[in-house]
Ligand binder design. Structure first.
Ligand code: NAP
Length: 259
């Protein structure tokens, strides 16, 4: 399917690997020029080169912490008026909520709620004026279904979701959409790290922990960053202009409900 976004520009936050990279790759396949981002230069440069070679689009790597004012300024300097913004960031570590002090809580809220809101503030009016904008926030299945130890992540992302539910309606008539993609278990470095912790806790091998985790998903597997990216690219396409303010769950059927 032609997504109708060839020649558009996108900022894809936190995209040197994992889900962000999957989104960047799918947008590149659709002909979108990219700003990609991560805090570590070698991996980011490698990803930029990989995407350029595969799809021949312009890719500008911006080494920056997206949670900081300087990081956001660097991203917007590289692409002042993006047509597409993919909000992504690292997630807080797995922790018993009793161990979270105030700083840890504020950091979590900054990463997964305040940062995407700040970036949206900076791009939304220009998108509205130009009559095209696509914003996708990578949140989590944990917005709908608790995951033990990720309470801070769930809370911050639920805050972002509620915040954007209102904002999305104010720009829908300008062909600017804001949607959230909710990943379940996707095979990324973060998932593998979390599985390793579970394996240690349960005194099993990493392979066994992964097998148990997959067995609990109706699809009996983890999702791939590539399929996550394709869903994201569709939400950014010309065909998705009537989809806004939605929470789209991608979890292989793990969330056990009819609605
Ligand atoms: N994978 C899953 O199954 C899953 C499920 C639910 C929710 N999520 C959420 O989805 C998001 C992406 O997860 P993932 O699995 O793709 O993680 P990942 O494989 O660890 O990749 C994270 C990416 O974000 C970059 N990054 C992290 N913190 C950053 C920062 N402050 N500024 C700029 N870039 C940053 C990393 O690069 P650098 O380290 O070089 O900065 C890397 O490119 C996370 O918020 C995670 O909690 C993931």
């Amino acid at each position: 399917m032609d997504l109708g976004i060839r020649g558009r520009t996108a900022i894809v936050c936190a995209s040197s690997q994992g889900l962000g990279k999957g989104c960047a790759q799918a947008l590149a396949e659709a002909g979108v020029a990219l700003v990609i981002n991560g805090r570590h230069q070698p991996l980011l440069e490698q990803t930029a080169q990989e995407i350029r070679q595969a799809w021949g689009v312009a890719v500008t790597p911006v080494v920056a912490d997206v949670s900081t004012a300087e990081g956001q300024a660097a991203l917007l300097h590289a692409c002042p008026n993006p047509d597409i913004l993919i909000n992504n960031n690292g997630g807080p570590p797995v922790r018993n909520f009793r161990e979270l002090d105030r700083k840890a809580m504020l950091d979590g809220v900054t990463s997964n709620m305040v940062t995407p809101i700040e970036l949206i503030q900076k791009v939304i009016d220009s998108m509205s004026t130009r009559g095209f904008g696509r914003i996708v926030n990578i949140t989590s299945v944990s917005v709908k279904m608790p995951i033990t130890g990720l309470d801070l992540s769930s809370g911050a992302r639920a805050g972002l979701t509620a915040f954007m539910a209102g904002v999305a309606r104010t720009v829908a008539d300008k062909n600017v959409t804001i949607n959230n993609l909710l990943p379940g278990s996707f095979d990324t470095a973060r998932l593998r790290n979390n599985l390793s912790l579970t394996a240690k806790r349960n005194q099993v091998s990493d392979t066994e922990a992964a097998a148990r985790s997959m067995a609990a998903i109706p699809a009996k597997r983890f999702g791939t960053p590539a399929e996550f990216g394709q869903a994201c690219a569709f939400l950014c396409s010309v065909h998705a202009g009537f989809i806004t303010g939605q929470n789209i769950l991608m979890d292989g059927g793990a969330y056990p409900a009819a609605f």
